[in-house]
Design a protein around this ligand. Sequence first.
Ligand code: FAD
Length: 480
Amino acid sequence: GGSLGEFDVVVIGGGPGGYVAAIKAAQLGLKTACVEKRGSLGGTCLNVGCIPSKALLHSSHLYEEAKHAFPTHGIRIEGKVTLELPAMMKQKMNSVRGLTKGIEALFKKNQVTYVKGTGKLASATQIKVRPPDSDEFAQEIHAKNIIIATGSEPVALPMLPFDEKRVVSSTGALSLPTIPQRMAVIGGGYIGLEMGSVWRRLGAEVTVIEFTDRIVPAMDHEIGDRFLQILKKQGLKFKLGTKVTGAKIPAEPSPVTLELESAKDSSKKETFDADVVLVATGRRPYTAELGLEALGIELDDRGRIPIDDAFRTRVPNIYAIGDVVRGAMLAHKAEDEGIACAETIAGHKAHLNYDCIPGVVYTHPEVASVGKTEEELKAAGIAYNKGTFPFMANSRARTNDAGGDFTQGLVKVLAEKQTDRILGLHIIGPGAGEMIAEGVLAMEYGASSEDIARTCHAHPTLSEALREAAMATFDRPIHF
Ligand code: FAD
């Protein structure tokens, strides 16, 4: 109990926003503490988000490769390729543990004080802490500046409360003990498609139920249409333009029965049985127990903490960053806000370019994008040139290919008609998530498509497809 001392900066929440802000603040010479209630650092991302999902995506991809891609490349496995799910989960656990422990080590190295417990604002300069396994906010910390980085949580549907066994959030979907025979994924966003892909690869029959008539609706439509085609070919099933209106959850082993209705025609109804239902319809900012009301900090209509351009709430020494504020709910967006926020507190002039934040779906193939979609440019009345290049015409993709997995994608560059400045870049293909970095850097520097086209790219690489798409934007590509 008692006082934990006085700090220049206290961060509430140890996710990608909070832990990065804490390290940066300490590096800038500020005495810093970070309060985290989870029992491990890294937040949603490292514990139940980005990292475990990518571990399972990689492992399940290897399993599928061993079954389907190896024979194409002349590799024969004598006997059957079989799956040991507990070992796959252990591999996932090990990567999570290694990385979360790594942040603890970084805190030590940078002299950030790690406070284990739930933090609550008692005043603009005082935080009360309830230690783990305690009912009381018995400890207190004094802070000149406070950064709220409490993140977000999955939203349940009223008729499908999470039991994390048969009705699961992404957290449950990362730890299923057995492979379900039939899995329903409600929500065709990136989390639903990534987790759906994992369990489909491992043997489940997966059906994605999505209210709108597109998957990942905000994605560039040309890329999204191709993505849907590819996922269907892989065996994922889709019910688009469909809403879930009810559910029956009888005792096991009976399946969960979903009641479905066409989004356009409410007379079209059907039922759908699934052994496991993943609800992946969205996440909402998490501010429970924070004590914001007493300080006059009101949430906006979507439950987010309102901030100004310098991450300040209406209380000038209290800042907020990451999933709990406006903008994309992405780890790298939270991290960059963490750095900019710490720099602001240290008196530096910090800046974050929200037009250059990439988004990646880590399926196989991956989908990566940055900047504007064609639909957004049209809606804004901006004249643009478009250049595309298919991986079918890229030598490295052809070399790696097994059954079309490397060659069915494309790169698309969108540049302003007048100036040739790149406004958007969209890639669907293996490695897209790595490849997009070049485009993000180019856009950050205000590059034209001709800048990329006149930059030498190593041969044979997938990145040559980006260069050729850039060529196609203002001139003609060589290989297509
Ligand atoms: P969080 O990571 O949510 O961290 C907030 C932390 O604050 C939590 O650890 C919580 O315990 C703690 N906390 C809350 N309240 C208190 C309190 N009062 N006191 C003390 N501690 C508190 N993003 C990507 O960019 N790439 C991906 O591939 C990706 N994959 C994802 C996959 C899944 C399945 C999910 C669910 C998310 C994924 N995300 C991904 C999103 C990413 O996880 C979030 O955008 C990111 O974690 C947000 O960081 P944050 O620091 O704002 O919040």
